[in-house]
Structure formats: structure tokens, C-alpha cells
Design a binder for this molecule. Sequence first.
Ligand code: 5GP
Length: 232
Amino acid sequence: MEKLYEGKAKLVYKTDKDDEIIIRYKDDATAGNGEKKATIQGKGALNLAITTRIFEMLEENGVHTHYIETLNDTDMRAKKVEIFPLEVIIRNISAGSFAKRYGVEEGIVFKEPTFELSYKNDDLGDPLMNEDHAVALGLVTRDQYDEIKKTTLKINDLLKDFFHGIGVTLVDFKIEFGKDKDGNILLADEISPDTCRLWDEKTKEKLDKDIFRRDLGNLTEGYQKVLDRIRG
Ligand code: 5GP
């Protein structure tokens, strides 16, 4: 297959259809904007299996995504989109860079979710960005921003319920959107323990990439727990 793009955690390949791609989930893990790196066997397959179930659930609930089908342990067929260079982040509970930036502890449960944007740009370290800045730089139109925000809040409601159903608290997550050739905005990329903070509701055990970021133990064991619960 002809490679179109290689990111930190995924490879993108061309298909025989102009409007479809194959996304291969890699076992590579990075943190701190690529400063910390490792290869963790099985991580790609776990993320793909979890993303698959979540994208299916979102589609069933009327969220339009790039997902078409999962082909094997590592490969997903998806609609080709032009990714908006924005990391769209929802926080339900304080953690990570929010706790650091504002000097507060992790675990403050917010009355309402916070909606946040970062400019997806590794050279600049993905700086925080507001709506006006994104529009000023031509990254999105005002209407596209409004649609992205509305869809993201709906995704948060669906994901919170989904994870609560398996005894997991959705602390925060990052998603990405893209635009297809007809201008439709689709949820793209992945939703997995690499891109969400997930805490066990009872024990508060971390079941996400913070295991790797903070050297808390075996990452695939945490991700496998999430997948096992999803599969019941
Ligand atoms: P924070 O800003 O606290 O580091 O991250 C907030 C949420 O977005 C976390 O769930 C984190 O996993 C996710 N996130 C933010 N930036 C990135 C990124 O560059 N890569 C990945 N995989 N997740 C991110």
C-alpha cells in the first residue's frame, strides 16, 4: 500500500478509492510532544478495537464519523477528510495541563464541561487557542466552529454515558474533526485511552495514557481492562 502520511501513533495509506484511506494503528507511544518515546506491543490493536466500538456507538447515535470498517487487528478503512489543525478538548474533571496551568489539584468535578481548542502544531507545542484566533487564522469558519462545538458537546454526553455504563469516569478527551470533499464535517482520528483520561469509578485507577506519561505501570493492562469491560 502506498503511504500518504505517518504520524506519531498512526500510518495513513492510499486505497483504490480516491475518497477512502486505510489507517494503521501503531504500537508507538509518545508523550510530552515526542520527548518520551516507546514501542508498546499490542497498544495499536487495543486502541483500534476500542475506537471501533466507540465510533460505532457514536454513529448509532447520529454522530457523523470517518469510520467505515475495521479490517483486522491494526487497520481501519475510513473516509478521507482534510483534518482541521485543531485539537478539540472537553474536560469534565480537572487533570493534566488544566491542573498544571491553573495550579489546582486533579479531580475537581466541573458543574459543566469545558470546551477547549489547541492549535495542532508540534513545532509550537500545540498552543491553546480561542475561537477568534482559529477564525482569524482561517483554520475554521464561524459556522464550522459552531458545528464542531455542538457536536463535541453531544459526543461528550454520549461518551460519559457509555463509559459510566462500564464503571469508568470520563475525565477529559481530545478529538479531531475533518472535512470531506463535499464540505461535511466528520469526527476523525480516534477515541481511545490514548486520547481520553479514564479513571475506574470505584478505585480511581488510571486506565489511560497517563500510565505511560507518568510511569504508573503496565499500559496495555489498563487498556485491556477498558476493552474487556466494553466487550462485557
Ligand atoms: P491535557 O491538555 O490535559 O494534556 O490533555 C487533555 C486531554 O486531551 C487528555 O485526555 C489527553 O489524553 C488528550 N490530549 C491532548 N493533547 C493530546 C495529544 O497531543 N495527543 C493525544 N493522544 N491526546 C491528547
